[in-house]
Write a protein that binds this ligand. Sequence first.
Ligand code: F3S
Length: 386
Amino acid sequence: MYLTREEERILEGEEGEILAKMMEILVKVGEIYHADRLIPITSAQISGVSYNTIGDSGLHFLNSLKGAKVRVLTTLNPLAFDERYLYELGVDEKTYNKQMEIIKAYVDIGVKTTATCTPYYFDNIPKFGEHIAWAESSAVIYVNSIIGARTNREGAITALASALIGKTPNYGLHLEKKRKATHLVELDFQPEGEEYPLLGLLLGERVKGIPYLRIGGNYDDFKLMGAAMAASGSVAMYHVENFTPEYRKALHDDVERIFIERKELENNASCEDVELVAIGCPHVSPSELRRIADYLKGKKKRTGVELWIFVARSVKERYPELIRMIENFGGKVMVDTCVVVSNAGKIYHTIGTNSGKAAFYLAKEKFGGAKVVVRDLYTLLRSVVQ
Ligand code: F3S
């Protein structure tokens, strides 16, 4: 891989040990994937934030970065709790203190503590064609597919290395030719409601590449579908005909066809007896927040079930009247955390959600092994109303 004189200097340690280590990581990744060079990025999104997931070894690594500073706008994924709900989230003193240390370590290197997986609403909005280095698979697939920005599916360490160096290796989804569809998905139905995340889970299992779909839907439908696809598989981009910005150049003669029938998504799960309804994985958009608030306005919550809505702090701050409507109903609107990286899955045994990604993770032993029911937004909301 070609390195400029400046990049070689960093690699040789002339700008300190930390940057040399970060450059070494980027060069190694670049060599593995046959990148020709490093390219500048305009932003980074860092995952690996919750103490519940990175533990002491992650904290130790972050503390070793003291003195370094990020070179581009760098935002942060959700952490283990919302400070307003420490009791409800079962946060012990050790987790609280360690999480605060993690946040401090990120602040010290110049990272914005946005604590959301949807920075693309207000905090970190990449433009079409921009090269970025983002971790957080749901955000990666959203910005590649819906916005047309360019990022590979970075890990916590490579995103951090890119943020500190301001560059990323030029390979994969940074290259025009690697952004074409690999699979043409043919369906015998038009998805509705929870079929978007369920279809996403199925596509994640079947497609090792970039699916092309001919379906209708809105930004929120596709956000849920993409997050699920990126959770159950390694998909980092999809095209939707007449919707996503790069679909016109996506198809070619070698595309593989796959067929999916509606009956493969059959889902009769009832959410009547779930203990927790969790919405906002990925964090809810302003339009989802409005739909939730409008539906709950003037209604009363059923006892025996909790409603938790997860949202970016920046979204919550912009819509105080919607937050009030949800909280007056008895729902909890949580920021900075999410149903997966908090303790929610260890507290509740049956959880209803409209997120295929949340269902994928919460069912795992590591996240509590809850019984998870995936239904559409309004079915879930109806189930918490008296
Ligand atoms: Fe976001 Fe947490 Fe889901 S980070 S995508 S809400 S698992």
